[in-house]
Design a protein around this ligand. Structure first.
Ligand code: AMO
Length: 429
């Protein structure tokens, strides 16, 4: 049986009038009007009206459920419809798959379903054009990121997700039985990406990472997609600049390449102003002090503090120069003040999108820092030995793709912008 289509619906226009086409897709609507039956057919590129003519054809579609899959051969002709620029006059209808009703959600979105029901039927939810638009946009975001990084000389890598010791310290690790050994799911590619600067100099990875966090917020998942870079011969503000470039390029790319998606989602994406503001941790504490939130130097910025900062600084800004004690063991101190680190977070209002910094490349200092943070250097020996093999000074960052998608689409809950999100409650589908 031939399954081929001659055209995607989106590639058909009136200039094809009189021409025979073979299209395939999902029946979105069926209406009988006197002797004619109108069928609305959708594929991933668009929607078309099909006029079903002839007794046999009308009989075939009479009891056909919406969302069934059909292949239609027919000729392009003018239409009286105000909703479509042309229509397809059916000559042959092949029913390839019948949808069984009732469907768990209304995929057209006329009847709103709650997020849980939608996620339980995610594949069907993607027939809703709003949902599809999010993931088409996500695809473009990934395209843009890869282009930016490749153009800057970064090499795309894949690091292991099953690991023998923690990459971000002990907390939030998912452990698993690895035959007769204990293994973990990677929290980040941190240690590998650092090591890879020895041979590949500038690397990036876009992959899923895992955090056993029982957080029930709109911004935490147990499996999230991280965009990571690591580069030698760069300091922390150099890689912060790359992050700014990557983010602004994404906005520019999506603004141009996702016109339909923006319309469907009711958003208007504009390239953010650059350079992004840089606020030191110390300034942030002072600003919060003026707002009546008194914090001591060295206190972490909690959600409520970041929300206040987000009110003071809307949009993108960097929070830089955090106290050493608030940053992971691999972060480098500042030369002029050893209590501070060469680190930054990229914020969008209250939301942390990325963290990064300059890394320690002296193995002795790294051992000291591990011990200071209550970690056991002997567990990191496989990593530490690479530091004796000619480890260049290096810096990098990790950016939460799901959080960036939520900023772009103006959808607060990251679950909406992830196909099959994982959180403490959600393991299926
Ligand atoms: P960090 O732990 O700050 O840094 O993570 C980097 C970014 O990843 C995203 N993120 C998450 N998104 C959704 N759910 C989660 N549970 C989650 N955890 C993190 C956030 C965050 O800013 N190795 C360092 C990065 C580096 O220095 O290169 C790291 O992992 O957007």
């Amino acid at each position: 049986m031939d399954l081929k289509r001659t055209h995607y619906i989106g590639s058909i226009n009136q200039s094809l009038k009189g021409q025979k086409v073979v299209v395939g897709g999902w029946v979105e609507d069926l209406r009988e009007l006197g002797k004619l039956t109108f069928l609305t057919l959708r594929d991933v590129t668009g929607v078309a009206q099909v006029v079903v003519v002839g007794e046999a054809g009308i009989k075939q579609v009479k009891d056909l459920n919406r969302q069934s899959v059909v292949r239609i051969t027919g000729a392009i002709q003018d239409t009286k419809s105000r909703d479509f620029p042309f229509e397809i006059k059916s000559e042959k209808i092949e029913i390839l798959s019948r949808a069984v009703h009732p469907l768990p959600i209304d995929p057209i979105g006329r009847l709103e379903s709650n997020i849980d029901n939608r996620l339980n039927a995610r594949a069907l939810d993607l027939r809703n054009q709003k949902t599809a638009a999010i993931f088409k946009m996500r695809h473009h975001v990934l395209q843009s990121m890869r282009k930016t990084l490749v153009d800057l000389g970064f090499i795309e890598v894949n690091t292991p997700k099953i690991i023998g010791s923690a990459s971000e310290g002990g907390a939030n690790l998912f452990s698993l039985k690895y035959f007769d050994k204990q293994a973990y799911l990677a929290q980040s590619p941190q240690l590998y990406k650092e090591q890879l600067t020895i041979g590949l100099e500038r690397v990036f990875e876009i992959a899923s990472f895992y955090r056993a966090e029982k957080s029930h917020t709109v911004r935490h998942l147990t499996e999230f997609t991280s965009v990571d870079i690591e580069a030698d011969f760069m300091d922390y503000l150099d890689v912060a600049e790359i992050l700014e470039k990557l983010v602004t390029n994404v906005f520019e790319y999506v603004e141009k390449n996702c016109i339909d998606e923006q319309k469907i989602l009711g958003i208007d994406i504009k390239k953010p102003k650059t350079p992004f503001e840089k606020i030191t941790y110390k300034q942030a504490i002072e600003e919060l002090g003026k707002e009546g939130i008194s914090l001591a130097n060295g206190d972490d910025l909690l959600d409520s503090h970041l929300r206040k900062l987000g009110e003071l600084h809307s949009g993108f800004y960097f929070l830089i120069d955090w106290p050493m004690k608030l940053k992971p063991f691999y972060i480098h101190e500042k030369e002029d003040d050893q209590s501070l680190s060469k680190s930054f977070d990229l914020q969008y209002g209250y939301l942390e999108l990325s963290s990064g910094g300059r890394r320690l490349h002296d193995p002795n200092k790294l051992r000291e820092r591990l011990t200071e943070q209550g970690l056991n250097p002997s567990q990191f020996e496989d990593h530490l030995k690479a530091f004796d093999w000619g480890m260049p000074p290096h810096s990098g960052w990790g950016l939460g793709l799901d959080r960036l998608m939520s900023v772009l689409t103006k959808i607060d809950n990251v679950r909406e912008v992830v196909l099959y999100p994982r959180d403490p409650e959600r393991l299926f589908p």
